[in-house]
Design a protein around this ligand. Structure first.
Ligand SMILES: NC(=O)c1ccc[n+]([C@@H]2O[C@H](COP(=O)([O-])OP(=O)(O)OC[C@H]3O[C@@H](n4cnc5c(N)ncnc54)[C@H](O)[C@@H]3O)[C@@H](O)[C@H]2O)c1
Ligand SMILES: CC(C)[C@H](C(=O)O)[C@@H](O)C(=O)O
Ligand SMILES: [Mg+2]
Length: 351
């Protein structure tokens, strides 16, 4: 069993270090190899996703990813920017299904941006499509007939892309409360109309799952009004990106939300995948030991469960995180004062 560890930029290395310590403490016989990615890789090699990093990722059973993004790189041509590394990994490795669970940990109800009784009911899973949409369509700058500069990004989904993510979402719902909400903007976008039509077609295979459709603007509102009503939410790349950051604050902090990015490739132990917190490199707090590593530690738990078939070890990590949080070991993002390493130490002590 081998994991590629790609810490990346900003707080990426800080939070990844804690997740690696947790995996090591479990003594599961997992080999780990680190490589450069993002701005760190660009600065060292001239490319945000060097071929050797991609090759390492391809050769492992799973990838633990920190975060990429560096303000020093924001003026680079787009293909050289740090963010291209995570987009490239998702696309090159065909990791099309991004699972972003959000639930309130017992004792944290008062730390949500919502009222405790509203927050306490949250237990949802966002299934975000990760290989298509406006992210990967043709894009560029051009000049209009009147001589104005114009930027454009083409949004599209093919039916096979929608079908495969819909199957993932219906199957996830079958393993949960059997409710699926498909989020789109079919009242305006043809991409979304096709999305909706295909999701309805796929629903015929899953008569035990209750399907509803919701426009994304309403979904953003309902996530704050009554987030406890959602079970599984399936949506496209852009809407899923935005709604998952929103869901994180309903839960309490973006420093708590983990993710798994999966495709169809199977390893000897499970499904090949990339695991990362949903947050970014947080340049505003990088290098200060203030980042909350819980999202990355929980991502490591998802890695053990989905890619390495180590469900019991994953349960242990999740229980240790819950115990640490309910004991009040909270980072600044949750109104506490614990630093990154202190939170890691507490999780290790609670394993
Ligand atoms: N998958 C990724 O690698 C990924 C995801 C999102 C953003 N980014 C990149 O990260 C950079 C910064 O983006 P941004 O500021 O919009 O989003 P961000 O998620 O990095 O930070 C948003 C806010 O949340 C806080 N925050 C984030 N993670 C935290 C944690 N673990 N603990 C405590 N506080 C935390 C930050 O301090 C900041 O105030 C950009 O370059 C962006 O492109 C990368
Ligand atoms: C950094 C960026 C490309 C990325 C995305 O938009 O998918 C991030 O926001 C995320 O949520 O993983
Ligand atoms: Mg995002």
């Amino acid at each position: 069993m081998k994991i590629a560890v790609l810490p990346g930029d900003g707080i990426g290395p800080e939070v990844t270090r804690e997740a690696v310590r947790v995996i090591e403490a479990l003594d599961l016989g997992i080999a780990m190899e680190e490589a450069l990615v993002g701005g760190a890789a660009y600065k060292a090699t001239g490319h945000p996703l060097p071929p050797e990093t991609l090759a390492l990722a391809q050769g492992c059973d799973a990838i633990l990813f920190g975060a990429v993004g560096d303000p020093d790189c924001d003026a680079l041509e787009r293909h050289l920017r740090p963010e291209q590394a995570i987009l490239g990994l998702r696309k090159e490795l065909t990791l099309f299904a991004n699972l972003r669970p959000a639930r309130v940990f017992p004792g944290l109800e008062n730390h949500s941006a919502l009222r405790p009784e509203v927050a306490g009911a949250i237990n949802l899973l966002i299934v975000r499509e990760l290989n298509g949409d406006v992210y990967f369509g043709e894009k560029g700058f051009r000049t209009t007939a009147t001589g104005e500069r114009e930027g454009y990004d083409i949004m599209s989904y093919s039916e096979s892309e929608v079908r495969r993510i819909a199957h993932v979402a219906f199957q996830a719902a079958q393993g949960r409360a059997k409710r699926l909400c498909s989020v789109d903007k079919a009242n305006v976008l043809e991409t979304s109309q096709l999305w909706r039509d295909v999701v309805i077609e796929v629903s015929k295979d899953y008569p035990d799952v209750t399907l509803e459709h919701m426009y994304v603007d309403n979904a953003a509102m309902q996530l704050v009004r009554a987030p406890g009503k959602f079970d599984v939410v399936v949506t496209g790349n852009l809407f899923g990106d935005i709604l998952s950051d929103q869901a994180s604050m309903c839960v309490g902090s973006i420093g708590l939300l983990a993710s798994a990015s999966l495709g169809e490739r199977q390893t000897d132990f499970g499904t090949f995948g990339l695991y990362e917190p949903i947050h970014g490199s947080a340049p505003d707090i990088a290098g200060q030991g203030l980042a909350n590593p819980m999202a990355t530690i929980l991502s490591a738990a998802m890695l053990l469960r989905h890619s390495l078939g180590l469900g019991e070890a994953a349960d242990r990590i999740e229980a240790a995180v819950a115990k640490t949080l309910s004991a009040g070991v909270l980072g600044r993002d949750l109104g506490g004062s614990a630093g990154t390493a202190e939170i890691g130490d507490a999780v290790l002590a609670n394993l």
